[in-house]
Design a protein around this ligand. Structure first.
Ligand code: HEC
Ligand code: HEC
Length: 415
């Protein structure tokens, strides 16, 4: 082969490469412009990369069908409340992604935080914005006795199960305790009278009531494990990219969505916290979200850690079905971590665009305002924010919103 031929063939090859790349740009639909690292990140966000439902050794009925069906009944049951008018679904509404579109959850009274959506919660090791519960079943017991939410007490709930749902309960958990002669209302977290009555009940009977109460939580948790994320246009796109294919039809990105994705996984750094198929690292971060002046000061995760450790229904408690060595999350949680002051759980971004307002107390009204918050990276009211200011042009801000819309089948339908 002569020199000139090889030189001209090199030029030809180079040119055909340029032409090929230009054609791809014109076609505007290829994933080929992503680097290998970007492809790997994109693939890691796809819903089909979600690991299998994690086991919950602390709940022996976590995957029991009868318990899940019983839990569904309890989830929608308003008689499981102080005045018979609040159920979990008062705030976690099935047709609103299991939340309520309010800045602050409202049951018997107004709470201090925004109602969280429930899709995929079973993948989250810590529950609530501050992670003060280490399982779904322990979480469910909180609102039931919270004066502002269900406003009831465990003794009344044990009586209710005994009079109205005895057979279904006993088919799952065996015989209910004998509650004859036990007062209707009593509990360690109730009003002064309910607390005094609780103290007057024998320790053995209180333990039996606690067991019924824990089993209510375990059944509700079994139901909640079935609440899943829906596939989105983004997932179709990510699947094609992972398979080395060119995304087609509704899986293809328009220019703005593509720019938004690039920013999300690149310069805007969103993916450092909103990672994995749920777009959450399931961890806690201070992102400088303001403290609403009308609400009590909220320390976030810094206050949640000691609460989880002291919870009488945690993984290491007598009501847990786990062996202590199966409670790794709780046993190895950092106990004194300054970075946790005003840190809140990273929410999933799936479906987020259609459930304003945003943040742990609904502080930010619109998705555009959320992007402005990240661009500005304001000083936090307490602790240290992990955010750094971002320079984003108007089209770049709109692109981030366009990308977030892809994560929601309501704003970006899957054909
Ligand atoms: C008054 C409205 C209201 C009621 C009733 C209510 N919740 Fe909630 N839910 C909330 C709020 C507000 C939060 C966040 C609270 C916080 O972080 O302190 C929340 C958080 C949760 C979480 C945590 C999700 C996560 O990602 O960490 C779960 C799970 C949950 N609720 C399930 C339930 C169940 C089960 C019931 C019924 C036993 C229930 N809720 C009753 C408002 C409510
Ligand atoms: C340092 C971790 C971190 C980074 C980086 C980050 N987020 Fe967040 N994000 C969070 C946390 C934590 C919250 C909840 C904060 C709160 O309520 O106080 C949140 C809340 C949100 C919410 C509101 C969701 C809801 O249901 O309330 C949206 C939307 C959001 N982030 C999008 C983004 C985008 C877009 C980026 C990139 C520009 C980004 N986040 C970067 C951790 C982070």
């Amino acid at each position: 082969m002569s020199r000139s031929t090889s030189a001209s063939s090199m030029v030809r090859r180079a040119l055909s490469g340029v032409v090929f790349a230009a054609l791809l740009v014109l076609a505007g639909c290829s994933g080929d412009e992503f680097t290998d690292a970007e492809r790997a990140t994109i693939a890691s966000l796809s819903l089909d990369q979600l690991p299998p439902l994690p086991a919950d050794p602390s709940n022996r009925v976590a995957d029991d069908r009868l318990a899940a069906a019983f839990g569904a009944t309890l989830f929608f049951e308003p008689r499981l409340s102080g005045h018979g008018d609040v159920s979990c679904s008062t705030c976690h509404q099935i047709d609103r992604q299991f939340q309520d579109d309010r800045p602050l959850g409202r049951g018997v009274g107004l709470t201090d935080r925004r109602t969280m959506p429930l899709a995929g919660v079973a993948w989250s090791p810590w529950q609530f914005w501050d992670g003060r519960k280490d399982s779904l079943w322990a979480q469910a017991l909180g609102p039931l006795e919270d004066a502002r939410e269900h406003g009831g007490n465990r003794t009344a709930y044990a009586h209710f199960i005994t009079t109205s749902l005895k057979d279904r309960y006993e088919r799952i958990f065996g015989p209910l305790p004998d509650l004859s002669g036990i007062p209707q209302n009593a509990g360690p977290l109730g009003n002064a009278e309910e607390r005094a009555v609780w103290e007057s009940i024998s320790e053995a009977k209180r333990a039996e009531i606690d067991t019924v109460f824990a089993n209510i939580g375990k059944s509700i948790a079994a139901f909640e494990r079935s609440i899943r994320h829906e596939e989105t246009r983004f997932d179709r796109f990510a699947k094609a990219i992972a398979a080395g294919e060119t995304p087609q039809g509704d899986a293809a990105l328009d220019e703005s969505e593509r720019l938004g994705l690039r920013l999300f996984i690149g310069r805007a750094n969103c993916v450092t916290c909103h990672a994995g198929p749920r777009f959450s690292d399931e961890h806690f971060h201070n992102t400088g979200v303001p403290q609403p002046p009308e609400l009590p000061e909220d320390s976030g995760r810094a206050a949640g850690i000691p609460k989880a450790l002291a919870d009488p229904f945690n993984c290491l408690s007598r009501h847990s079905d786990a062996k202590p060595e199966q409670c790794g999350e709780l046993r190895f949680v950092a106990k004194d971590d300054h970075a946790m002051l005003r840190a809140f759980k990273t929410p999933s971004l799936r479906g987020a665009v259609s459930r304003p307002p945003y943040m742990h107390s609904g502080q930010i009204a619109t998705i555009e305002d959320v992007i402005d918050h990240y661009a500005a990276a304001p000083r936090p009211p307490k602790g240290e924010s992990e955010l750094k200011p971002l320079t984003l042009s108007e089209p770049e801000k709109q692109a981030l919103v366009a990308f977030l819309k892809m994560l929601d089948p309501r704003t970006s339908p899957v054909n």
